[in-house]
Write a protein that binds this ligand. Structure first.
Ligand code: NAI
Length: 242
Protein backbone atom coordinates (compact mmCIF):
# COMPACT_ATOMS: atom_id res chain seq x y z
CA UNK A 1 0.00 0.00 0.00
CA UNK A 2 1.26 3.47 -0.86
CA UNK A 3 2.07 5.49 2.29
CA UNK A 4 0.15 8.73 2.73
CA UNK A 5 2.11 11.96 2.30
CA UNK A 6 3.20 13.59 5.53
CA UNK A 7 3.57 17.25 6.48
CA UNK A 8 5.32 18.82 9.47
CA UNK A 9 4.27 22.35 10.41
CA UNK A 10 6.31 24.09 13.11
CA UNK A 11 4.34 26.45 15.34
CA UNK A 12 1.21 24.74 14.05
CA UNK A 13 -1.07 24.99 17.07
CA UNK A 14 -2.43 28.45 16.33
CA UNK A 15 -2.35 31.40 13.96
CA UNK A 16 -0.81 31.01 10.52
CA UNK A 17 0.69 27.59 11.31
CA UNK A 18 -2.67 26.17 12.32
CA UNK A 19 -4.27 27.49 9.12
CA UNK A 20 -1.44 25.86 7.10
CA UNK A 21 -1.98 22.56 8.91
CA UNK A 22 -5.70 22.67 8.10
CA UNK A 23 -5.15 23.35 4.37
CA UNK A 24 -2.58 20.55 4.14
CA UNK A 25 -4.94 18.17 5.96
CA UNK A 26 -7.75 19.16 3.58
CA UNK A 27 -5.37 18.29 0.73
CA UNK A 28 -5.14 14.78 2.22
CA UNK A 29 -1.73 14.87 3.88
CA UNK A 30 -1.11 13.44 7.35
CA UNK A 31 -0.07 16.37 9.52
CA UNK A 32 2.21 16.72 12.52
CA UNK A 33 1.99 20.06 14.28
CA UNK A 34 4.86 21.23 16.43
CA UNK A 35 4.23 23.76 19.19
CA UNK A 36 6.02 25.36 22.11
CA UNK A 37 3.68 25.54 25.08
CA UNK A 38 -0.10 25.31 24.99
CA UNK A 39 -1.00 21.58 25.10
CA UNK A 40 -4.73 22.26 25.11
CA UNK A 41 -4.67 24.48 22.01
CA UNK A 42 -2.47 21.93 20.23
CA UNK A 43 -4.82 19.07 21.11
CA UNK A 44 -7.82 21.06 19.85
CA UNK A 45 -6.01 21.67 16.57
CA UNK A 46 -5.20 17.96 16.28
CA UNK A 47 -8.88 17.06 16.78
CA UNK A 48 -9.84 19.59 14.09
CA UNK A 49 -7.26 18.15 11.69
CA UNK A 50 -8.53 14.62 12.25
CA UNK A 51 -11.97 15.64 10.98
CA UNK A 52 -10.31 15.80 7.54
CA UNK A 53 -9.86 12.02 7.73
CA UNK A 54 -6.07 12.09 7.98
CA UNK A 55 -3.61 11.11 10.70
CA UNK A 56 -2.75 14.09 12.87
CA UNK A 57 -0.37 14.38 15.78
CA UNK A 58 1.08 17.07 18.02
CA UNK A 59 4.77 17.24 18.94
CA UNK A 60 5.93 19.62 21.63
CA UNK A 61 9.50 20.78 21.16
CA UNK A 62 11.47 23.98 21.10
CA UNK A 63 12.57 24.64 17.52
CA UNK A 64 15.52 26.65 18.79
CA UNK A 65 16.94 23.62 20.64
CA UNK A 66 18.90 21.49 18.22
CA UNK A 67 18.90 18.28 20.29
CA UNK A 68 15.17 18.52 20.94
CA UNK A 69 14.52 19.04 17.23
CA UNK A 70 16.67 16.08 16.18
CA UNK A 71 15.00 13.75 18.68
CA UNK A 72 11.55 14.85 17.52
CA UNK A 73 12.33 14.43 13.81
CA UNK A 74 13.63 10.93 14.52
CA UNK A 75 10.42 10.03 16.35
CA UNK A 76 8.32 11.41 13.49
CA UNK A 77 10.24 9.44 10.87
CA UNK A 78 10.12 6.26 12.98
CA UNK A 79 6.35 6.53 13.15
CA UNK A 80 5.30 8.15 9.85
CA UNK A 81 8.21 6.80 7.71
CA UNK A 82 8.50 9.95 5.59
CA UNK A 83 8.23 13.75 5.53
CA UNK A 84 6.98 15.22 2.26
CA UNK A 85 6.24 18.78 3.29
CA UNK A 86 7.98 20.93 5.89
CA UNK A 87 6.58 24.33 6.82
CA UNK A 88 9.11 26.26 8.90
CA UNK A 89 6.58 28.56 10.50
CA UNK A 90 7.37 28.92 14.22
CA UNK A 91 8.36 32.44 15.09
CA UNK A 92 8.34 35.16 17.72
CA UNK A 93 8.82 38.91 17.94
CA UNK A 94 10.74 40.82 20.62
CA UNK A 95 10.44 44.32 19.18
CA UNK A 96 12.34 47.40 20.29
CA UNK A 97 14.52 50.12 18.85
CA UNK A 98 17.98 48.80 18.06
CA UNK A 99 19.86 51.09 20.47
CA UNK A 100 17.73 49.72 23.32
CA UNK A 101 17.64 46.13 22.09
CA UNK A 102 19.28 43.83 24.61
CA UNK A 103 21.16 40.64 23.79
CA UNK A 104 18.29 38.41 24.93
CA UNK A 105 15.84 40.12 22.55
CA UNK A 106 18.34 39.74 19.73
CA UNK A 107 19.32 36.12 20.38
CA UNK A 108 15.80 34.85 21.15
CA UNK A 109 14.51 36.09 17.81
CA UNK A 110 17.51 34.88 15.80
CA UNK A 111 17.40 31.47 17.50
CA UNK A 112 13.66 30.94 17.19
CA UNK A 113 13.11 32.46 13.74
CA UNK A 114 16.34 31.69 11.88
CA UNK A 115 18.51 29.09 13.58
CA UNK A 116 15.41 26.93 13.97
CA UNK A 117 15.09 26.72 10.19
CA UNK A 118 18.59 25.23 10.10
CA UNK A 119 17.92 22.88 13.03
CA UNK A 120 14.69 21.55 11.49
CA UNK A 121 15.51 21.65 7.77
CA UNK A 122 18.87 19.91 8.19
CA UNK A 123 17.55 16.52 9.40
CA UNK A 124 14.35 16.83 7.35
CA UNK A 125 16.23 17.49 4.11
CA UNK A 126 18.21 14.27 4.73
CA UNK A 127 14.90 12.41 4.91
CA UNK A 128 13.70 14.14 1.72
CA UNK A 129 16.97 13.37 -0.11
CA UNK A 130 16.47 9.68 0.67
CA UNK A 131 12.90 9.89 -0.64
CA UNK A 132 14.06 11.84 -3.68
CA UNK A 133 11.17 14.24 -3.15
CA UNK A 134 9.97 16.95 -0.84
CA UNK A 135 8.85 20.52 -0.51
CA UNK A 136 9.94 23.05 2.12
CA UNK A 137 8.10 26.31 2.70
CA UNK A 138 9.77 28.87 4.97
CA UNK A 139 7.79 31.62 6.67
CA UNK A 140 9.64 34.85 5.99
CA UNK A 141 8.05 38.30 6.30
CA UNK A 142 7.87 41.55 4.41
CA UNK A 143 9.97 42.78 7.34
CA UNK A 144 12.84 40.70 5.92
CA UNK A 145 12.41 42.38 2.53
CA UNK A 146 12.05 46.05 3.40
CA UNK A 147 13.29 46.20 7.01
CA UNK A 148 11.07 47.48 9.78
CA UNK A 149 11.73 50.10 12.47
CA UNK A 150 11.82 48.38 15.88
CA UNK A 151 12.45 44.98 14.32
CA UNK A 152 16.18 44.84 13.58
CA UNK A 153 16.32 41.36 15.13
CA UNK A 154 13.23 40.11 13.30
CA UNK A 155 14.10 41.71 9.93
CA UNK A 156 17.57 40.16 10.15
CA UNK A 157 16.14 36.71 10.89
CA UNK A 158 13.56 36.92 8.11
CA UNK A 159 16.10 38.22 5.56
CA UNK A 160 18.24 35.23 6.58
CA UNK A 161 15.29 32.93 5.95
CA UNK A 162 15.06 34.32 2.41
CA UNK A 163 18.78 33.69 1.83
CA UNK A 164 18.44 30.16 3.18
CA UNK A 165 15.47 29.54 0.89
CA UNK A 166 17.41 30.58 -2.21
CA UNK A 167 20.62 28.69 -1.36
CA UNK A 168 18.81 25.54 -0.31
CA UNK A 169 16.59 25.57 -3.39
CA UNK A 170 19.73 25.39 -5.53
CA UNK A 171 21.39 22.69 -3.40
CA UNK A 172 18.35 20.42 -3.26
CA UNK A 173 16.79 20.86 -6.70
CA UNK A 174 18.69 17.94 -8.22
CA UNK A 175 17.09 15.67 -5.58
CA UNK A 176 13.58 16.79 -6.58
CA UNK A 177 13.18 18.92 -3.46
CA UNK A 178 11.70 22.39 -3.80
CA UNK A 179 12.28 25.20 -1.32
CA UNK A 180 10.20 28.37 -1.30
CA UNK A 181 9.27 31.14 1.10
CA UNK A 182 6.21 33.19 1.89
CA UNK A 183 6.51 36.80 2.98
CA UNK A 184 3.31 37.69 4.82
CA UNK A 185 2.37 41.29 5.46
CA UNK A 186 0.13 42.05 8.44
CA UNK A 187 -1.94 38.98 9.32
CA UNK A 188 -4.51 38.84 12.13
CA UNK A 189 -2.99 36.54 14.76
CA UNK A 190 -1.80 36.71 18.38
CA UNK A 191 1.46 38.16 17.03
CA UNK A 192 -0.22 41.28 15.66
CA UNK A 193 -3.11 41.70 18.13
CA UNK A 194 -1.62 44.76 19.84
CA UNK A 195 -0.69 46.68 16.67
CA UNK A 196 -2.54 49.89 15.67
CA UNK A 197 -4.75 48.36 12.98
CA UNK A 198 -6.30 51.55 11.55
CA UNK A 199 -3.02 53.28 10.79
CA UNK A 200 -1.60 50.09 9.27
CA UNK A 201 -4.63 49.44 7.06
CA UNK A 202 -4.29 52.94 5.57
CA UNK A 203 -1.07 51.78 3.89
CA UNK A 204 -2.38 48.45 2.60
CA UNK A 205 -3.75 48.68 -0.96
CA UNK A 206 -6.37 45.97 -0.27
CA UNK A 207 -7.45 47.93 2.85
CA UNK A 208 -7.55 45.05 5.30
CA UNK A 209 -5.27 42.87 7.36
CA UNK A 210 -4.76 39.34 6.06
CA UNK A 211 -6.35 36.24 7.56
CA UNK A 212 -4.22 33.20 8.45
CA UNK A 213 -6.06 31.32 5.69
CA UNK A 214 -4.82 33.85 3.11
CA UNK A 215 -1.27 32.74 3.94
CA UNK A 216 -2.16 29.07 4.30
CA UNK A 217 -3.62 28.87 0.78
CA UNK A 218 -0.35 30.22 -0.62
CA UNK A 219 1.63 27.73 1.47
CA UNK A 220 -0.54 24.87 0.22
CA UNK A 221 -0.06 26.09 -3.35
CA UNK A 222 3.73 26.14 -3.03
CA UNK A 223 3.94 22.94 -0.99
CA UNK A 224 1.46 20.71 -2.77
CA UNK A 225 -0.12 22.16 -5.94
CA UNK A 226 2.95 23.54 -7.65
CA UNK A 227 5.63 21.40 -9.23
CA UNK A 228 8.04 23.63 -11.08
CA UNK A 229 8.44 26.53 -8.63
CA UNK A 230 11.52 26.70 -6.41
CA UNK A 231 13.67 29.37 -4.78
CA UNK A 232 10.83 31.91 -4.79
CA UNK A 233 9.55 34.34 -2.19
CA UNK A 234 5.83 34.94 -2.52
CA UNK A 235 4.44 38.01 -0.76
CA UNK A 236 0.99 37.64 0.80
CA UNK A 237 0.52 41.19 1.98
CA UNK A 238 -2.49 42.83 0.33
CA UNK A 239 -0.16 44.73 -1.99
CA UNK A 240 1.84 46.41 0.80
CA UNK A 241 5.26 45.79 -0.77
CA UNK A 242 5.21 46.08 -4.53
P1 NAI B 1 1.62 33.21 16.57
O1 NAI B 1 2.30 33.89 17.68
O2 NAI B 1 0.12 33.22 16.51
O3 NAI B 1 2.08 31.69 16.45
C1 NAI B 1 3.43 31.34 16.56
C2 NAI B 1 3.55 29.86 16.70
O4 NAI B 1 4.94 29.54 16.84
C3 NAI B 1 2.83 29.29 17.92
O5 NAI B 1 2.22 28.07 17.56
C4 NAI B 1 3.98 29.04 18.91
O6 NAI B 1 3.70 27.96 19.79
C5 NAI B 1 5.10 28.69 17.96
N1 NAI B 1 6.42 28.90 18.55
C6 NAI B 1 6.97 30.04 19.01
N2 NAI B 1 8.20 29.79 19.50
C7 NAI B 1 8.42 28.45 19.35
C8 NAI B 1 9.49 27.59 19.68
N3 NAI B 1 10.61 28.04 20.26
N4 NAI B 1 9.36 26.27 19.38
C9 NAI B 1 8.25 25.80 18.80
N5 NAI B 1 7.21 26.57 18.45
C10 NAI B 1 7.29 27.88 18.74
O7 NAI B 1 2.25 33.87 15.26
P2 NAI B 1 1.77 33.90 13.74
O8 NAI B 1 1.35 35.29 13.45
O9 NAI B 1 0.87 32.79 13.41
O10 NAI B 1 3.19 33.72 13.02
C11 NAI B 1 3.59 32.54 12.35
C12 NAI B 1 4.79 32.86 11.48
O11 NAI B 1 4.45 33.85 10.53
C13 NAI B 1 5.99 33.41 12.26
O12 NAI B 1 7.19 32.91 11.70
C14 NAI B 1 5.90 34.89 12.00
O13 NAI B 1 7.15 35.52 12.11
C15 NAI B 1 5.38 34.91 10.57
N6 NAI B 1 4.75 36.15 10.18
C16 NAI B 1 3.61 36.59 10.82
C17 NAI B 1 3.03 37.78 10.43
C18 NAI B 1 1.79 38.31 11.05
O14 NAI B 1 1.39 39.43 10.68
N7 NAI B 1 1.14 37.61 11.94
C19 NAI B 1 3.64 38.60 9.36
C20 NAI B 1 4.82 38.03 8.78
C21 NAI B 1 5.34 36.85 9.18
Amino acid sequence: MQENKVALVTGGSRGIGKACAIELAKAGLDVIINYAGNDEAAQKTVEELKTCGIRAQKKKFDVSNREAVEAAIKEIVDEFKRIDVLVNNAGITRDGLFIRMNETQWLDVINTNLNSAYFVSNPVSKVMIKQRSGSIVNMASISGIYGNIGQANYSTAKAGIIGLTKALSKELASRNIRVNAIAPGFIQTDMTKDLPVDSIVEHIPLKRLGEPKDVALAVKFLAVDSNYITGQVLSVDGGLVI
